[in-house]
Design a protein around this ligand. Structure first.
Ligand code: NAP
Length: 533
């Protein structure tokens, strides 16, 4: 993908008056390059004033390029009036003159000719409010007739729609189009405008009417998502999940990349289906990914190579790019064990509450350390499946590693009393999402009464102290917060990302494709032995 293009940041002005819009401009002037004045959102009296004196455009919106448009209802705008009147409005404002005018594909060439005579740049646009059209490249070619900037804005309902958009522009000259997916799944097309060759990305002022679904405000784009830092050589990383807005990973990894002065950016990707996202990851490319709910088992299947931890648990939370393939590992395993280390001598059996992706990594971590575990879950059949997977893993380990005695796993229902977990009560590990914001009142073992002897480890990290941990602490238990596990697993993951970054840089600088260091590093990790997968 050709990436030698500087994408601009456009602020959509959605106020009813020019004064209101001036205020939005003042607020964001230092982080934007152009504004789009939405004529369809101006009040009638303000529109009349502007038509009477189009010079107001340049007098009041200063210091940035100015784009004007008058969006119809059918295109997601607010103009419900007569079409000829809309053309007259656009024609009147041309005398401003603006720097750019956005004309829909079906508008006659008259306005375009008038705009060109005044030196105004032309954007030709199509807005698809249901699904991506079949022939995106063909549509972009048609829109760019006569040298216009082609804009295609599409409502996307999932990751496969986004894949189609991203792949459609992979071979196009950058800066000749703007392609964006509207809605949360499409956020990546806005954040990675430069990578997909879009001439600019659209934003809305915080608290203002959003010009289109999925827009963020310019400051968030620049400060949280590092939009200006994404250059042609910037290594991209990210976290994939659904939902993803709560993830603390972007904050953590971006801070570490910046502290280490690496040309790398880490972004959140809301993904409903990992398979098409892997295709996007190859196209961009992404050099590393954190994988979270609900994609850990899909990641284990889609990784090109996996280590023991992933193979035995069927859960992968980290993908690292090597050549054109992805290596899968699971940093939840060492991340979970590290905070537990000071307590390991005091515990002789564990109850794991939950049987999802995180429980798999935790059961594997404990069983491979020789601890017997009882897995209890709301859906008991899932606990049973996990216990039998762990027992199979234990047998494999025992038969291949001389002198190693892995633990055994059993399954059961959510306990009501200490006798329900007899022999497994010295350590209770809570791995369900019950207790995580916004369900922070939820207690996954409400009937169970602590006697104060238990070590209680809740891996939920938002909030850092859950309802369950509070209750355990009050009963005198020693408690471990999921925030510690998060920090540890993220630190291990960051180390892998940093190594992937340097391997990529070395291979690029030397003109070689030697990524061997990354595979060697993953292979060396104590929890990990890699294999083809
Ligand atoms: P997952 O694969 O979706 O599994 C969810 C588990 O929670 C299942 O056992 C499910 O039971 C159970 N569950 C969900 N809602 C419940 C409820 N209302 N009552 C009782 N059980 C409920 O998720 P995951 O990947 O294992 O992640 C689980 C949690 O761990 C999340 O909150 C995640 O943020 C956290 N986590 C933290 C870290 C860290 O670093 N601290 C790392 C990984 C995960 P059923 O099988 O009956 O549906």
């Amino acid at each position: 993908m050709n990436r030698e293009y500087e994408s601009l940041i456009c602020l959509c002005l959605t106020g009813e008056t020019i004064e209101e819009n001036q205020e939005y401009l003042r607020r964001y002037r230092n982080c934007i390059d152009l504004v789009e004045l939405r004529l369809d959102l101006l009040s009638d009296s303000e529109l009349d004033r502007l038509r009477g004196n189009p010079g107001r455009l340049g007098e009041m919106l200063t210091g940035v390029q100015r784009l004007v448009t008058c969006r119809r209802l059918a295109d997601g705008g607010a103009w419900s009036g007569d079409e000829r009147e809309r053309c007259r409005v656009l024609g009147d404002v041309l005398d401003g003159p603006p720097d750019w005018i956005d004309l829909e594909d079906d508008l006659s060439d008259e306005l375009e000719i008038a705009a060109r005579e005044r030196g105004v740049g032309i954007v030709r646009s199509i807005h698809c409010l249901d699904s991506p059209p079949a022939d995106v490249p063909g549509i972009l070619d048609r829109l760019s007739r006569g040298g216009a900037l082609a804009k295609l804005a599409v409502a996307v309902s999932g990751t496969d729609d986004v894949r189609r958009l991203v792949e459609s522009v992979a071979q196009r000259a950058p800066g000749t189009h703007i392609v964006l997916g509207m809605g949360e799944y499409g956020l990546m097309t806005r954040l990675l405008a430069r990578r997909i060759g879009s001439a600019w990305t659209y934003t809305s002022a915080h608290g203002a009417v959003q010009a289109a679904p999925g827009q963020v405000d310019p400051r968030t784009l620049v400060e949280r998502y590092g939009f200006r830092r994404i250059g042609p050589d910037t290594a991209l990383f990210g976290v994939v999940g659904d939902p993803i807005a709560h993830s603390r990973s972007p904050e953590y990894h971006n801070a570490r990349f910046q502290r280490d002065n690496l040309d790398a950016v880490y972004l959140p990707f809301r993904v409903d289906d990992l398979r098409p996202f892997m295709s996007i990851a190859h196209t961009l490319p992404l050099h590393g990914m954190s994988v979270t709910v609900p994609h850990k088992s899909a990641a284990a299947k889609l990784a090109d190579h996996t280590d023991d931890a992933v193979r035995e648990t069927g859960a992968c939370n980290t993908l690292i790019r090597e050549h054109d393939s992805y290596l899968g590992t699971n940093t939840d395993v060492p991340g979970f064990l590290q905070p537990l280390t000071p307590y390991l001598d005091a515990v002789d059996g564990a109850t794991i509450v939950g049987a999802g992706g995180a429980a798999r990594a935790i059961a594997y971590a404990l069983v491979t350390r020789g601890m017997d575990v009882l897995i209890v879950n709301r859906t008991v059949s899932r606990a049973e499946a996990l216990a039998s997977d762990m027992n199979r893993a234990a047998e494999r380990i025992a038969s291949t590693q001389a002198g190693v005695r892995p633990g055994r796993a059993r399954a059961g229902a959510i306990p009501n009393s200490r006798s329900d977990i007899a022999g497994f009560g010295s350590l209770i590990v809570q791995t369900t999402s019950c207790g995580m914001e916004p369900n922070d009142e939820c207690d996954p073992i409400p009937e169970y009464r602590f006697d104060g002897s238990e070590v209680v480890y809740d891996i939920v990290y938002t909030p850092a102290t859950t309802t369950l941990l509070e209750r355990a602490e009050r009963a005198g238990c020693r408690v471990i917060s999921g925030a510690l596990m998060f920090e540890q697993q993220a630190a291990v993951q960051y180390d892998l990302f940093r190594r992937a970054y340097w391997s990529f840089r070395r291979s690029r600088d030397n003109g070689t494709r030697s990524y061997d260091g990354v595979r060697r590093d993953i292979g060396r990790a104590p929890w990990s032995r890699q294999s083809e997968g």
